[in-house]
Ligand binder design. Structure first.
Ligand code: NAP
Ligand code: MG
Length: 477
């Protein structure tokens, strides 16, 4: 049985209710978590408010940075334990889980260093005045995070918030939240005061909704589906609370005939099968110049057919997907692709020794003749890649932008002018040239345009999102 963290203590829900924790690896129950609701959220927000107005305020920027450094070290000391827990909870391959925990440590490390490097300004004004613009924390920040990268998402959300002196309430996904609780425990062990980092587990519609609409939060960040993101923004709007949304994507690779195929082929495969395709920045659409479409797709099919699916311990390219709903969702899209007449030109293989009750799906590569299928529009969130041809640079740009999403993109060409033209024309928050990293780079500003959301995370820009300015106008005569 796992407890959650409110006001520096491990606690059950007020109602005493719990939820089962099932592992996607074998479908077995291996723990329970508290089913927190509005009452628990209220306690957590009160604890955060108390901390941010009193004890946490006593810590200056360098001291906050030092605590984050300690937390980063603590995470690295416990890397293997955290990675095993993350793998069991989410189903991801153990190497992926280890990478995730390293990235979590990097978030704390990066923002530890940044904490005392955010300065205010002095503005020249009328004679007799001194005007200072100082940066202040927002107060209580709420963070609703998903199940695909629980540990990384925790770091992305709370590391900059804590660096700026906010106190946080985190609502992780019911499907995968154990690493998040563990790290909140570690934060207490290294000296974060009680109430600075609270974790309330429970259902999205109960605990998540109660957090988004709580009248005493000052900020909410959300990562997950578009539908729920819109609900979170509506709830935040009722209290005029700032909202940062990261709502996934349908990111395109654009491959021109002069691209370096040797570099592109393995990178494109990795960009869709990594984390079993359950990545907001997965490269899930492929556009290839018609002159080389068949040649390139044949090379890609060869690489794609090497993809293997197994349990986290088998440490193959893909694990199981996170739950039954995702299992059904991915299979439904594969079925739809077949019915629409898209050609399957390669499939990965599920290892014959996987537990029978786990949620293992077959990675699938579809080759289409045009970009019309719904599979080019919907975020499938599984190891399914759809490809279509294009003729000109202009058409490539038009197709790359022909979705509601705008999170990432990649252009593959050796032509320098074309690299920059296409990168500039892509409507997305990040663009790679001759490379692709799903997620990646805690230093790099990240977020979407269009229906992928708004606001920025990662990098120094997150510190601006998680703070506000005060202008002090001093008349000294
Ligand atoms: P989701 O429902 O949007 O879940 C994301 C987070 O929001 C979870 O913590 C969830 O809690 C919480 N939540 C759910 N309903 C809520 C509500 N009414 N108010 C406040 N919070 C709420 O996503 P999902 O159902 O797990 O996955 C569905 C699809 O969303 C995926 O197939 C994928 O396309 C997309 N998705 C995108 C990302 C991303 O990285 N952008 C991540 C995950 C999913 P519970 O899980 O406990 O309900
Ligand atoms: Mg959900």
């Amino acid at each position: 049985m796992t407890q959650m963290i409110i006001n520096g203590k491990k606690v059950d829900s007020v109602s005493g209710r719990v939820l089962d924790v099932l592992s996607p690896v074998d479908g077995e129950k291996f723990s329970t978590i508290p089913r927190g609701d509005a009452k628990d959220i209220d306690l957590a927000v009160k604890a955060a408010r108390e901390a941010v107005e009193n004890q946490w305020k006593q810590f200056n920027a360098a001291e906050r940075g030092r605590l984050l450094t300690k937390l980063s070290s603590k995470v690295l000391e416990n890397l293997e334990e955290l990675a095993q827990l993350e793998a069991k909870d989410t189903g991801k391959a153990i190497t992926t889980a280890r990478t995730d925990i390293n990235v979590l440590a990097r978030y704390f490390e990066f923002y530890a260093g940044a904490a005392d490097k955010i300065h205010g300004e002095v503005i020249p004004f009328m004679n007799g005045y001194n005007v200072q613009v100082v940066r202040e924390p927002l107060g209580v920040t709420a963070h609703i995070i998903p199940w695909n990268y629980p540990a990384q998402m925790l770091g992305r959300a709370v590391a900059p918030a804590l660096a700026m002196g906010n106190a946080c309430v985190v609502k992780p996904a019911e499907d995968a939240c154990l690493s998040v609780i563990k790290v909140a425990e570690m934060a207490l062990e290294v000296g974060f005061p009680p109430g600075v980092l609270n974790v309330v587990t429970g259902l999205g519609e109960e605990a998540g909704a109660a957090l988004a609409k709580h009248h005493d939060i000052n900020f909410v960040s959300f990562t997950g589906s578009n539908e729920v993101g819109v609900l979170v923004q509506q709830a935040a709007a009722l209290n005029a609370v700032k909202c940062v949304l990261e709502l996934g994507g349908k990111s395109a690779h654009v491959v021109f005939k002069d691209a370096d195929f040797k570099l592109a082929v393995p990178t494109i495969v990795k960009g869709i099968v990594g984390n079993t395709g359950q990545t907001c920045t997965a490269g899930s659409r492929l556009l290839v110049q018609r002159d080389v479409y068949d040649e390139f797709m044949a090379l890609l099919a060869e690489e794609f057919s090497k993809v293997r699916v197994g349990s986290p311990a088998m440490d193959l390219n893909c694990g199981p997907v996170v739950n039954k709903a995702q299992f059904n969702r991915v299979n439904k899209y594969v079925e739809q692709g077949k019915q629409e007449g898209l050609e399957i030109i390669a499939e990965g293989a599920i290892d014959e020794n996987v537990p029978t009750k786990g949620y293992y799906v077959v990675p699938t590569l579809f080759k289409a003749h045009n970009h019309d299928s719904q599979l080019f529009q919907d975020e499938i969130f599984g190891p399914v890649l759809v490809a279509a041809p294009f003729d000109t640079e202009e058409e490539a740009i038009e197709l790359a932008n022909a979705t509601d999403y705008g999170l990432m993109g990649a252009v593959w060409t050796e032509n320098g002018g074309r690299q920059m033209r296409v990168a500039k024309a892509m409507k997305s928050g990040q663009v790679y040239i001759n490379g692709f990293g799903a997620g990646g780079g805690v230093e790099l500003p990240f977020g979407g345009v269009k229906r992928s959301g708004h606001g920025r995370e990662k990098g120094f820009i997150a510190l601006e999102e998680l703070s506000t300015t005060k202008t002090i106008i001093h008349f000294h005569g």
